[in-house]
Design a protein. Structure first.
Ligand code: PLP
Length: 413
């Protein structure tokens, strides 16, 4: 069996990065749940506090200087997010509450004007509920049908299934996770997009697990919509983003109606503001957007290529350490085709028991169905344990997890 050497160094100085995260000052804390939500560096916390202390006022409304500074902070946050994803125009970056809301925006707004009875929306069997339920609702509303790309035995998407669905000529949209939050699979999204576009279908990517971990260049990726959440990218909870192709966003009707998203309002009808305001009704979560911008700058300062390389090293080591434990079954592909989210089970020990015992050793992992209930059903599982690594995790963290798993084995022996 192939084994992974304990990495001596990775492209990131993870111990130094860890020191920038106040919550990780506790040396006993081994945080391996970043796929659920990442921790926040000082740079993000300070940017948000500075905004509240120095620049706070409502945006887009005041003519006084403080309100202008607040609006400028919000605009700069959008520019920072656009730079991170290499989006040509800030009009294509819509702030949402999270990935879920970004997908819902497309499913509702694009879906209601573009889907008809008999149309097909293609999803996959590895989708998070966030990229499943909004399309179920859209299908119910419009009469469109959902079809699924199945999985190969090693946890990758079956591109033959994609081709079969596309061959019907009825597929309007393919909406997939860029990276699976359960299997860790990094999907071949360039190839999928090429095939979908060749058949006239649009492509939406759920980037919740990709944006924090891989370089994502939306100017070359060629997808039509892309969604991400700040809280998984070292930013705050409560803000996410939707990228859209300009002509699609311009043609789409608003999602929520109210203040800020209008140009004119009459008693019986209104007209809409330009992008991106058309999709941002009401007072936005400005401090969260400022934190999102700071998180993008923080990750860029580490270099997303280095983040990826660091995670490849850690994931390879984690994966091989796990499969060497006799009772452990790891799900998903080999380390080279996956991200740092690694789901597994330990014989018939319930994942909640595994996670509770790990917690006694200060090791935080996720246990449950990770919002992928249909995928767990498909794999014949009620639940699994998931350990996930990020920029602040070290080789020692992996060792601490494995040591704690030995304790689980001895408790249940
Ligand atoms: N998609 C994937 C692949 C995820 O992992 C998650 C969160 O775990 C989401 C969507 C939903 O993200 P949020 O809860 O921030 O909307």
């Amino acid at each position: 069996m192939e084994t992974a050497q304990r990495p001596v160094a990775t492209p990131l100085d993870a111990p130094a990065i860890r020191r920038q995260f106040p919550i990780l000052a506790d040396p006993d804390l081994v945080y391996l749940d970043s796929a659920a939500s990442s921790q926040k560096p000082l740079a993000v916390l300070e940017a948000m506090e500075r905004y509240y202390r120095e620049d706070y006022a409502n945006v887009h409304r005041g003519v006084y200087r403080l309100a202008e500074r607040s609006t400028e902070a919000y605009d700069e946050a959008r520019r920072a997010v656009a730079r991170f994803f290499n989006v040509p125009s800030t009009t294509q970056v819509i702030f949402t509450r999270n990935t879920t809301e970004a997908i819902k925006l497309v499913a509702h707004s694009w879906g209601s004007t573009n889907l008809r009875s008999g149309d097909i929306i293609v999803l996959s069997e590895m989708e998070h509920h966030s990229n499943l339920v909004p399309w179920q609702l859209a299908a119910t509303r419009t009469g469109a049908r959902l079809e699924f790309i199945g999985l190969t035995p090693d946890g990758q998407l079956s591109l033959d299934d994609l081709d079969e669905h596309l061959a019907t000529g009825r597929v309007r949209l393919v909406s997939l996770c860029h990276v699976s939050n359960m299997l860790g699979t990094i999907n071949p999204v360039e190839e999928i997009t090429r095939r979908a576009h060749d058949r006239g279908a649009l492509v939406m990517l759920d980037g919740a697990q990709a944006a924090p971990h891989l370089p994502v260049d939306l100017s070359t990726l060629d997808v039509d919509f892309y969604a991400a959440s700040a809280h998984k990218m070292c930013g705050p909870m409560g803000v996410g983003m939707l990228y859209g192709r300009l002509e699609l966003l311009e043609a789409m009707p608003p999602f929520l109606g109210g203040g800020d998203m209008i140009r004119t309002v009459g008693w019986r009808e209104s007209t809409w503001a330009d992008l991106p305001s058309k999709f941002e009704a009401g007072t936005p979560s400005v401090a969260d957007a400022v934190g999102f911008g700071a998180a993008c700058e923080f990750l860029s300062s580490l270099s997303m290529s280095a983040v990826r390389e660091h995670e490849i090293e850690l994931t390879r080591y984690l994966y091989h350490q796990l499969i060497e434990l006799p009772e452990v079954e790891v799900y998903g592909p080999v380390p080279e085709c996956r991200s740092g989210a690694v789901s597994f089970n330990m014989g018939d020990v319930h994942p909640h028991d595994v996670a509770s015992i790990l917690d006694e050793s200060g090791v935080c992992v996720r246990a449950g169905h990770h919002c992928t209930q249909p995928l767990h059903d498909k794999l014949g599982l009620a639940a699994s344990v998931r350990a996930s690594v990020y920029v602040y995790n070290t080789v020692d963290d992996v060792d601490r997890l494995i040591e704690a798993l030995h304790r689980v084995r001895s408790v249940f022996a």
